[in-house]
Ligand binder design. Sequence first.
Ligand code: HEM
Length: 485
Amino acid sequence: MALILYTTAIGLGLFALLQWIWTRRNLYYLSWQLPGPLAFPFVGNFFQLINYHENLKALLKYSSKYGTLFRFWIGTKLYVITTEPSDMEVILHHPNCIDKDDSYKFFEEGFGTIGLFTIQGQKWKRHRKLITPTFNSRSVNMYVPIFNKRIKEFVTTLSSKVDSEAFDVRAAFILVFIQMILDTTIGYNINPEGVNVYSKFLLEGQIMATKRYFNPFYQLDFIWKLTRYPNIAKEVSEYRTALFEKIIKERSSVSEDEKVLFLDRLLKISEENSDFTMEDVKGEGNTAIMAGSDTSTGSLAMVLFMLAMHPECQEKAYNELLTVFPDKDHKDLEVTIDDLSKLFYIDMCVKEALRVFPTVAVIARSARGDIPLRTYTIPEGASIAIDIFSLHRSKKYWGDNADQFIPERFDGGEKLLHPYAYMAFSHGPRNCIGFRYALVAIKLVTVYMLLNYRFTTPLKMTDLNYYSEINLHVKEKLMVQMHRR
Ligand code: HEM
């Protein structure tokens, strides 16, 4: 009897496994057609990425070995990885590929927020349409006085670092960026302790999402629940829900003229659209804070770090500033949008820093139906990874000096070999909604920093080990020394 039961159970198990494999036959067929490293059943290429601190270098290595379109398995998930801009154009616009890869749900968990960055389908379409105007030039320009005030305070507090030991410019600037983003999104003047809580959550959130993303074992809920991370996620979510509820209450008593914040705009959208609920208001508010803080800080820090490493570029940028702001004393300076539009060289430095080190280095989409790509058909259920990092380092699109920081390559506008060869803010309907906001904020901080300080670093390009922990990080840290101008 036991033998019959045992044999039946094995038979049923085998049948279920074969059925599962059969439903996925198109994935295996595509995997077999595409080049890629040897993968093992159930774990896929997990072992090649076990040390995710090498993930970007691994992608570079694979793209030079297997070409610009190859496959990779993370657990039982098939990723088609492209480093070719024409593929990216097809993918980012294809109606079957508007949804983010399912693994983005780990961001929701890690950052404790559900909003534009991760939501899918019709809900995303509706939210994107309603929220887009809040990030247009007019809206962003209204934040410039708020940014100016906060940056000027920050310039003063930084003076204690003049001629002292080298410090991590990213860690130092996260505080000002979180505060700037909180000033403009929810108008919350957070104390230093609160800023630290936020920055801790930002980093923990990234670590959590990355761990689950790359490790198929952590993707199993019962294993994940044994780690300390679900408790941190709960803490993040509770902290932010309480903060939002308090602030939403306060905003209801503010006069109409003062309602200039991103949150005020979201509350207005909610008033006018019954399908945009208070949960949506909180989710989108939090999403802007989470999607905007570390990305902008990492990018700004990289701009200053690159200028510290390339003193001749820093001097060129400083001289440009002296022509736009000729007054010797910059104490009462109030930088305007018009001033920023005259800073062509600084614009080139920002673009170039984000080319060599794109803060968002890899993005991914999920195929919801067949997608023709080159001579292949990407079937429903496959994930497509867009490897921005390798594209930005491609010799084909950026020349033999692709690994070097040379802002002059953007001189005279963008003469790109392909319009999608530069992807720092992505392209297509799901590109970065906050790119204007980020660029204005980054350039404003850069102006004040370079006018007041000179930056140096002992590090060279070849010293750097970089990896993607959702955003790009450098193992050696972005260590700079600061000197008075
Ligand atoms: C230099 C700083 C920034 C960089 C490099 C950056 C980069 C990106 C990239 C590459 C994407 C596409 C992600 C994907 O397809 O998976 C994206 C999406 C997004 N970004 Fe940014 N971002 C920056 C700053 C900001 C800021 C300041 C905000 C908001 C205040 C923001 C909000 C968003 C949102 C909400 C999305 C999702 C858009 C959608 O799916 O419709 N970002 N960003």
